[in-house]
Write a protein that binds this ligand. Structure first.
Ligand code: FHN
Length: 559
């Protein structure tokens, strides 16, 4: 039977589609994996990092078998971090396996964990899939040493947390330790086998089944781990999910350019300056990551919020940790802190989410400057309640700008002069702290430009200008400032220098211990900061010979 034109073209299309599909399959089987590490463009990276950069604030969760001993072994407190107890107490693998076999968190409620993050204004959550003890919180097909196969609980914790994150709109991310005290090949020469046959399949499993938005590696300091392994693993994972974000601990963190990873991870500390790179401070609320009985060294809510604002002012993210107990319960103080942070974020959150670093970020310890992302507004965060007036000097509000205290409707009165800017805090907010719009850090919003400030004076002896100096008999003090036509005023008794202090005219001699303090002033510009310089007189220095000397004692000789 003759085929109609329609039938012919249908068959032709069918054949073409089949060929095309075969080619596609063939191509995907044979095409080289992409070297993301060296070929990703800045635009591609910007796009990939967007949700993380916007998020700013995340929850870290350290939870696992170590939550059971909670820092105690055989009735004794174990020194070191709670989640390190296997190592700290030298618990043999078989014995630790028995501890893990007891994990049965009857009060674990993923909705509760995730909603705590959500309430606090956090946008992502990073949970330990496997910490250094090697125990896995998901149903891994590569091992039986996981919460589903090894513990009475028998449920896939990661899956539950993941589903809850999806429900509540929180990005789901996973911590994974390369160091593994449980796996027999994770040490010494056999490490490459552990990497290929255990780590990689596990990470593939995590990416394909749990789709984490970010992977947070840890344990990179072990000698088995190399920069090459890091680069290879980075590309392997990015080929599995090109959009995934990976922290810098996938590499050794030894060099800047050659180290893989998308952002830096300072631990328990905050960068001291604005950084061009992405970075995230991870921090505990008390002294341990995992749950530790009796660890009551809690940071205050005020401190946690100051950290958050300080980090945002320098362009970083804040990953704040909780360590639930063995039953899955989050310590009550952590809950309170998160709720208080959330109340503050409900009012002031725009400084966090809409904030980016301004050209300078701080004025002393208690003021932080942050600008809005479109650069239209400047936020000034005051860590202390300013009482009657708020003073600041590094920006000048635009002439017609209003200044608002976030959370309070009326515009505030302000005036500017050579001394800086003075904002009047309304009387109705004075006195009773409950009248203030929030309980911590107060945020002022305005349109402003950087003020012209005089450069700090530089004080030196013999051309050296560190802040402490040792001299003999007498020394010559020199002062300079980079601002032309500025006058320097100084004191030598530790008091605050101002226009009425001694004016610096020429180098002068000092022959005693002193704290010299100086300020540079030029009319029409904002006064410089004060420079401090400590002079320490040592008269007997020439009695000593230069160099290092030592005396050797043997223990037995000391009896
Ligand atoms: O040893 C771990 C520690 O237990 C914890 O997981 C922290 C979190 O950043 N990281 C390691 C130390 O760098």
């Amino acid at each position: 039977m003759k085929k109609s034109l329609y039938q012919k073209s249908f068959i032709k299309n069918l054949i073409l589609t089949a060929v095309f599909l075969l080619l596609l399959i063939f191509d995907s089987c044979t095409s080289e994996p992409r070297d993301f590490f060296s070929t990703e463009t800045p635009e591609e990276k910007n796009e990939r990092m967007q949700w993380w950069r916007d998020g700013r604030f995340g929850m870290f969760i350290h939870w696992g078998a170590y939550s059971i001993p909670a820092g105690y072994y055989q009735g004794e407190e174990v020194q070191g971090l709670a989640e390190w107890i296997m190592d700290g107490a030298g618990i043999p693998v078989e014995e630790y396996e028995q501890i893990a076999a007891e994990l049965n968190p009857q009060h674990f409620d993923p909705a509760n964990w995730v909603s705590l993050a959500k309430q606090a204004g956090m946008k992502y959550l990073t949970i330990t899939s496997k910490h250094h003890d090697g125990f896995c919180l998901w149903d891994s097909k590569v091992t039986e040493y996981d919460i589903v196969d090894h513990s009475p609980y028998g449920r896939d914790v990661l899956k539950m947390v993941k589903e809850e994150c999806e429900k509540q709109g929180i990005e789901f991310c996973l911590y994974y330790s390369t160091m593994d005290w449980h796996h027999p090949q994770a040490k010494g020469e056999e490490f490459p086998l552990y990497l290929e046959n255990y780590m990689k399949p596990q990470l593939k499993e995590l990416i394909e089944n749990y789709h984490p938005s970010m992977l947070w590696f840890d344990g990179q300091w072990i000698e088995e781990w190399t920069e090459e392994m890091g680069r290879d693993l980075y590309n392997y994972l990015r080929n599995l999910d090109p959009d995934i974000i990976i922290n810098d601990r996938i590499g050794k963190r030894e060099t800047d350019e050659d180290s893989p990873g998308d952002y830096q991870t300072p631990e328990q500390l905050i960068m001291t300056d604005i950084l061009d790179d992405d970075w995230e401070t991870c921090m505990t609320m008390n002294d341990n990551w995992g749950f530790k009985k009796g660890d009551d060294n809690w940071k205050s809510t005020d401190m946690l919020l100051q950290n958050l604002v300080d980090i945002v002012s320098k362009g970083g993210n804040y990953l704040l940790n909780i360590g639930p107990d063995a039953d899955g319960v989050v310590p009550v103080i952590s809950v309170t802190r998160l709720q208080e942070i959330g109340r503050w974020m409900d009012i002031n959150g725009e400084i966090v989410y809409d904030g980016k670093p301004f050209q300078f970020f701080s004025e002393g310890e208690k003021i932080r400057y942050i600008q809005s992302r479109n650069e239209d507004y400047l936020y000034l965060a005051s860590f202390d309640w300013p009482e009657e007036y708020l003073h600041f000097k590094y920006v000048v509000p635009e002439e017609n700008s209003t200044i608002h205290l976030i959370g309070y409707e009326k515009a505030l009165e302000w005036e500017a002069g050579d001394w800086g800017v003075k904002v009047k805090i309304p009387e109705e907010l004075q006195g009773d702290p409950s009248k203030r719009p929030s309980d911590h850090i107060w945020v002022f919003k305005m349109k402003a430009n950087p003020a012209e400030t005089v450069k700090n004076p530089l004080i030196s002896i013999k051309g050296q200008s560190a802040d402490k100096h040792v001299f003999q008999n007498s020394t010559l003090i020199t002062m300079t400032t980079e601002t032309t036509n500025a006058d320097i005023f100084y004191t030598t008794d530790g008091s605050v220098p101002d226009r009425n202090s001694k004016r610096y005219e020429a180098p002068f001699t000092m022959n005693n211990n002193a704290l010299i303090r100086a300020v540079a002033i030029r009319e029409g510009k904002v006064d410089s900061d004060i420079t401090d310089f400590h002079l320490i007189r040592i008269d007997e220095l020439d009695k000593y010979e230069q160099g290092v000397s030592y005396h050797y004692f043997e223990r037995d000789n000391m009896k």
